[in-house]
Design a protein around this ligand. Sequence first.
Ligand SMILES: CC(C)(COP(=O)(O)OP(=O)(O)OC[C@H]1O[C@@H](n2cnc3c(N)ncnc32)[C@H](O)[C@@H]1OP(=O)(O)O)[C@@H](O)C(=O)NCCC(=O)NCCSC(=O)C[C@H](O)C(=O)O
Ligand SMILES: [Mg+2]
Length: 299
Amino acid sequence: MSTIVRPRRSVLFMPGSNARALEKARTLPADGVVIDLEDAVAPDAKADARAQVAATLRAGGFAPREVVVRTNAVDTPWFEEDLAVVARASAEGAGPDAVLIPKVSDAETLVTIGRRLDALGAAPALRVWAMIETPLAVLRALDIALAARNPVTRLAVLVLGTNDLSKETGARVVPGRAPMMGWLSHCVLAARAGGVEVLDAVWNAFRDLDGFARECAQAAEMGFDGKTLIHPGQIEPCNAAFTPPPGEVEAARALIALFDRPENAGKGVVQIEGRMVERMHADIARRTVALADAIAARG
Ligand SMILES: CC(C)(COP(=O)(O)OP(=O)(O)OC[C@H]1O[C@@H](n2cnc3c(N)ncnc32)[C@H](O)[C@@H]1OP(=O)(O)O)[C@@H](O)C(=O)NCCC(=O)NCCSC(=O)C[C@H](O)C(=O)O
Ligand SMILES: [Mg+2]
């Protein structure tokens, strides 16, 4: 498991066509924003939205938030120009940090997109995020995640899309998510095997903050790095769910210090207050501390 240096607890979607939302996003406490050109933008509004997104990227002002643009799907008439706009902005130094590709269903698509980004002159720092939201994507999640080992793909993050998964499979999106639990866990596992991060899907009923908080807690327990959001009201409960509690951070620091003591240098296992701890627990503790420090550094 990698040591996190960039918190991705809360990643807020907004329509690329909604100037007010784009403006407001610069002031919101989300760790990241996804400016959407896909589902949140009507077909007739695609070209105008793309132009607005290009201008928004050039104007900047989102730091320290991570900025991501979601293109339309690869097999749509809009994809090539969406990707070109992202690559141009990236080449000019106007970001974004990543491009999110919807409906990725195989690893080869990521290789093709990576080559295209290189050819378009995108900055090397530009990352690719992939939506896992088709039945084939879930079944091939491991292959897709392992594509991160090929640097040409630039793959850094998987994002679950349960609305599309529901549409494609007939499985219902219900509180507790029993019908999809196996798929979600499988994708967390695949992401870890590939060394990439993984974000949970959106919660549609954005006025139901109790239900949302339960789903955030579930996602954090399952190992997701964060959750994608659709409304500003979801940011703070989501940040709270994915922020390590102070007591946990203190315990993590104490555990690291214990293994750092000279008398424990040669030991694989020690005890704290009657509980066995191994060096793997120190690795987990280092990850907790790294995340807490990165969150604190954000202010
Ligand atoms: C769902 C919404 C359409 C609701 O919008 P609205 O009716 O304007 O809500 P409010 O009046 O409560 O808004 C209050 C203020 O907050 C701003 N706002 C609202 N949403 C956002 C946002 N996402 N980002 C930034 N700012 C936002 C409003 O402008 C109000 O501001 P103010 O003027 O100061 O009062 C709307 O929330 C919305 O459009 N959400 C995003 C929808 C979206 O992007 N959907 C696509 C991604 S989800 C997806 O595709 C799922 C996945 O692919 C899958 O398959 O599962
Ligand atoms: Mg979708």
